[in-house]
Structure formats: C-alpha cells, structure tokens
Design a protein around this ligand. Structure first.
Ligand code: TYD
Length: 136
C-alpha cells in the first residue's frame, strides 16, 4: 500500500460531557486504525521551537493537543497539508511514510502521541532529501 497525506485525517474522539468535567477515550483498533503500543508526549516546549522533522517507515500515530495548541505540517513528497490542533477530543491520524513538522506551540501546550509500535530508530527517515527519494 502506498501511503499519502490523503490517508491522514482528523479523528473525532468520543466525548462524554459532564458538568464535573468532560471525558474522552481512545480504544486501539476501534477509534483509531491501529493498536497502541506506545504513548509519548511533548511538554515544556519553548516558544518558537519546532519538533518532528522526520518520517516513519511503518509507524501509525495519533497526535492529540491535550492542552493548548500547535500546528502539524504533513508532507508526502508531493503535497503538503497543515493542521492546527487545539481540541483534546480531536486526534490527527498520521499513517506511515509521511514527513511531519510540528511548530507554533502555544505556551503550556502538551502534545500526546499514541503510536502503533515501540520506539525504533530504524523506523525513522531523518533526512528529507533521502525521504523524498524513496517517494519517487
Ligand atoms: P524524536 O522522535 O526525534 O522527537 P520529535 O519527533 O518529537 O521531535 O525523538 C527525540 C529523541 O527522543 C530521540 O533521541 C529519540 C528519543 N525518543 C525515545 O527514546 N523514545 C520515544 O518514544 C521517542 C518518541 C523518542
């Protein structure tokens, strides 16, 4: 299967409204098209910082703005799409083989990522030119 940015999308997660505070949940293989093997999060991001700047060979991810907001720029070597994430009940599904850059972090924002596999440096393309070559 050839993955491109059309396979990436905002997923509306379930939201249980409650006067005591709202609740959202994510079930691997149900609300998102993969099982969750890893969770990581970015926090204390200084103003103007950029994260990401790589693609994954086989990793599926869901990116959620748990608090605050930030932008995710997706690029498949042919087209680009920028998403602004600012709702903790929305997740951006990112399929494998998509270059991503995260920027425009608001003060105090938290970016949580649900991932389909454990951390593996061999899964990364960290060089954009090399990544684009593989997409030709
Ligand atoms: P990286 O994936 O480049 O961060 P980001 O995409 O958020 O900018 O990872 C930064 C560093 O953290 C790198 O040295 C690898 C390490 N790391 C882990 O050890 N485990 C993980 O699950 C992740 C995501 C990163």
């Amino acid at each position: 299967m050839t993955f491109n940015i059309e396979h990436c999308k905002i997923i509306d997660l379930p939201k249980i409204h409650d006067p005591r505070g709202n609740l959202t949940f994510v079930e691997g293989g149900n609300h998102i098209p993969f099982d969750i093997q890893r969770v990581y999060y970015l926090y204390d991001v200084p103003g103007g910082a950029e994260r990401g700047g790589h693609a994954h060979k086989w990793l599926h991810q869901l990116i959620i703005a748990m608090s605050g907001s930030f932008d995710v720029l997706l690029d498949d070597g042919k087209g680009k799409q920028r998403y602004h994430l600012n709702r903790s009940y929305n997740g951006l599904y990112v399929c494998p083989m998509i270059w991503r850059e995260l920027d425009n972090f608001s003060s105090g924002s938290v970016c949580m990522v649900l991932a389909s596999n454990r951390y593996d440096e061999n899964d990364y393309y960290r060089d954009y030119t090399q990544y684009v070559e593989t997409r030709r």
